[in-house]
Design a binder for this molecule. Structure first.
Ligand SMILES: Nc1ncnc2c1ncn2[C@@H]1O[C@H](COP(=O)(O)OP(=O)(O)O)[C@@H](O)[C@H]1O
Ligand SMILES: [Mg+2]
Length: 161
């Protein structure tokens, strides 16, 4: 796990850009953090790092849930803020995106944790103060602790049947 502190929205965008430059088709970025944490701000930078036009500021797709952008590879931005239950995703082609030829970036990813393939990159954003954010980046090499818990639950369940 890597921890970064940013002290302005621009610094968060710059961090996103750095992350975005390293991404390629099939990558899934799962972002968590409360409202106003800076998820969309980070997403803008990630998009620029993937090659989205710098004049384009990706915004939360409130009513569509999924928005597509073009960079050096296609970018899908999913915002699950309004998702009330995991069942609602059954009507969405979300899993198609995971296996598609694109980078998928998900805000409020904790709402669909159990649907995420294990290889995703998880980013948790915490508000430290008005302009300061603590950004934790987990990859498949240093996984988020919840991943182990899900696996454990699965094992226990099988043991009981
Ligand atoms: N270090 C920082 N990183 C990101 N956003 C910041 C930072 N400091 C202040 N902010 C402010 O926090 C808000 C983040 O908004 P947004 O990215 O839309 O959050 P979210 O998508 O998590 O709800 C913006 O108003 C931004 O100006
Ligand atoms: Mg947002």
């Amino acid at each position: 796990m890597e921890v970064k502190i940013t002290k302005s929205p621009e610094e968060t965008q710059a961090l996103g850009e750095e992350i975005g430059r390293k991404l390629s088709c099939g990558d899934i970025i799962a972002i968590t953090g409360e409202l106003g944490a800076g998820k969309t701000c980070l997403v803008q930078g990630i998009g620029w790092g993937i090659g989205v036009d710098p004049k384009v500021y990706m915004t939360s797709p409130s009513f569509t849930i999924i928005k597509e952008y073009s960079g050096r590879v296609p970018v899908y931005h999913i915002d699950l803020f309004r998702l009330e239950s995991i069942e609602e995703t059954y009507e969405l082609p979300i899993e198609d995106y995971f296996f598609g030829r694109c980078v998928t970036i998900i805000e409020w990813a904790d709402k669909i944790e159990s649907l995420l393939p294990p290889e995703h990159i998880r980013i948790d954003i915490e508000i430290v103060s008005e302009n300061e954010r603590r950004i934790k980046i987990y990859s498949h090499l240093s996984p988020h602790p919840s991943r182990g818990r899900i696996k454990e639950r699965g094992t226990n369940y099988r043991a009981q049947t």
